[in-house]
Design a binder for this molecule. Sequence first.
Ligand code: FE2
Length: 377
Amino acid sequence: MQTQAQDIPKIFPQAEDFLPINGTDYVELYVGNAKQAAHYYQSAWGFQPVAYRGLETGSRDRVSYVLRQGKITLVLTSPLQAGGPINEHINRHGDGVKVIALWVDDATYSWEATTQRGAESCLEPTTLSDEHGQVVLSGIKTYGETLHYFVERKNYQGAFMPGFRPWNPDYRPSEVGLLYVDHMVGNVGWGEMNKWVDFYARVMGFTQLVSFDDKDISTEYTALMSKVMTNGNGRIKFPINEPAVGRKKSQIEEYIEFYNGAGVQHIAVATNDIIHTVTELKNRGVDFLYVPPTYYDTVLDRVGHIDEDLTELRKLGILIDRDDEGYLLQLFTKPVLDRPTMFFEIIQRKGAKSFGKGNFKALFEAIEREQALRGTL
Ligand SMILES: [Fe+2]
């Protein structure tokens, strides 16, 4: 039986939560070469092939590969013709997240409720049908040129959605233990954070989870401000970052410059065994941020007892942080694109519900070393 959002317990009572969401449905990236991007996410990340659309399925203007691991579904889309909105998007932003799709029970209601509260529509409720049933899609705009789609699939049994056919290649590198999207972070421009915090509260009924100011997240050179918005059942968490004044250019400014505006900075994906997951990813060529070995000299003073062998964590450069409810293990990749824009976070939660605030200073110092190498600090 499919999950119905109203059955999922509300854990953040302060969220208005008029918009029931079951979880992240999929994340669509516009990319320059979807075939090669699909190979990368299969080979390096262990995503499994699910569905395809392209010339062979009657799609003349775009090709998409759908890949899945755990509950994480990626859609990689490239244009097939010159000109048009996908090319323009890639020209402006490089490869990046275009759609954060949310799994809902009623895509028509979701669209009506959010547009009535001020969201700008990008897709009116549309029913797509094939022999496997029907999917209702609708969509609204969020920061930059990023979109939220509402996906209602309770009457659909096919591989992904109408317009796609199953994709069953022989090539299937094994999964690496990724389970679900833990959170997705948006970078917005100077002074825009509160506008988008307000958007998620007012238009989508979310509430703010934690707050810290730029004194919390700063190094000698760079700073940012961040607020985390969550829906009522906690399945959707969107931290929003904006740059803060520092002595040199922050990583958020660098992102905004190369992405030409606001967009998704990182996708955090959860695992139950971060040592296994990160070992696999490193063996398959995924580059992670360098963490100075000295980080581990004092980390246990800060976080106390942990179950894992610190030697293993140090070898892999895995970061540790603790809050009132437990601890978490996390690690950030380098940008997965040539532009210094989007990256991934691998996270294993052991009780902690926060986002690794205690690691930010150590992390930013690591990022700044990378920025200095690129001449953009
Ligand atoms: Fe994160």
